[in-house]
Design a protein around this ligand. Structure first.
Ligand SMILES: NC(=O)c1ccc[n+]([C@@H]2O[C@H](COP(=O)([O-])OP(=O)(O)OC[C@H]3O[C@@H](n4cnc5c(N)ncnc54)[C@H](OP(=O)(O)O)[C@@H]3O)[C@@H](O)[C@H]2O)c1
Length: 261
């Protein structure tokens, strides 16, 4: 369990999409650091199973929820409000993508991607404001934290035919800064975490072929994919006393893909 500057034990966190992929990495990391963690998944059975498995580490509660449409997000927030008086850490991790060549990129690829990647996080922040404010009011040196998971693809021009996805990620980076300014007086920090490439379902197509993977890794100065430790380390930093003075930031975690070029 972490101590001192990086201590988050006893904090209450919500990680959307925490049953799998990067959300699962983050949820497990927060649990290992002593936080109580709520996770969501669209699939009730997966959500329950993931929460049961992670309960071996610490208190983990699964709530099945879709983040599209917004009414479902309001319902999720209401469930959290019925269970908690304050929320210390909100990690908007759930996300979806859509890949297709420009010439045939369908109109139907926009609404669902923007709904989950931008509107969902916004609605969840709005609805959970009373709980985040309660957390922020507790201790001026230890604000409530909102961490929105963006993407390198919303910051740099990556070779991905995922037009609605890259636009949605650029949008969540900027929205994070706007909300950081608005919520600072309530002692709530808002930061965007901007990951490069992590081995999850979303990047499975890159790792499928050895050649593609080598070609990709040649573009990463640190020559590897991100790991659970990498993403958890940054989230714990931003959620602990160590990161209390940081808000409105875009924190790139990509093995140097952005910064070294
Ligand atoms: N992997 C990477 O290299 C990478 C890079 C940059 C950014 N990211 C971002 O990291 C986040 C996690 O992605 P991942 O890599 O873990 O991909 P993933 O394995 O495909 O996971 C996507 C997550 O989003 C959730 N989700 C998708 N649609 C949803 C919906 N309509 N309602 C609620 N939840 C929904 C999924 O939950 P269920 O399926 O359980 O419902 C799942 O937990 C995303 O925001 C992604 O854009 C990933």
């Amino acid at each position: 369990m972490s101590t001192g500057l990086f201590d988050i034990s006893g904090k209450v966190a919500l990680v959307t999409g925490g049953a799998s992929g990067m959300g699962r990495m983050i949820a497990e990391g927060l649990l290992q650091a002593g936080a109580k963690v709520y996770i969501t998944s669209r699939k009730p059975a997966d959500c329950e199973a993931a929460a049961a498995e992670m309960s071996r580490i610490g208190t983990c509660i699964g709530i099945a929820a879709d983040l599209d449409p917004p009414e479902a997000v309001v319902e999720l927030a209401n469930k959290i409000k019925a269970l908690e008086d304050k929320l210390d850490i909100l990690i908007n991790n759930a996300g979806r993508t859509w890949g297709a060549p420009l010439e045939s990129f369908p109109d139907k690829a926009w609404a669902p991607v923007m709904a989950v990647n931008v509107q969902g996080p916004f609605t969840l922040i709005r609805e959970l404001l009373p709980l985040l404010k309660n957390s922020g009011a507790d201790n001026s040196d230890n604000p409530a934290r909102v961490i929105n998971i963006g993407s390198l693809a919303g910051k740099a021009v990556e070779p991905l035919p995922a037009y609605s996805y890259v636009a949605s990620k650029a949008a969540i980076h900027h929205l994070s800064r706007v909300l950081a300014a608005e919520l600072a007086p309530d002692n709530i920090t808002v930061n965007a975490v901007v990951p490069g490439y992590f081995p999850t379902k979303m990047t499975a197509h890159i790792r499928k072929e050895e050649d593609t993977s080598q070609e990709f890794l040649a573009r990463v100065p640190l020559a590897r994919y991100g790991t659970a430790e990498d993403i958890v380390g940054l989230c714990i930093f931003l959620s602990s006393r160590a990161g209390a003075y940081i808000t409105g930031g875009e924190h790139i975690i990509d093995g140097g893909m952005f910064g070294c070029h």
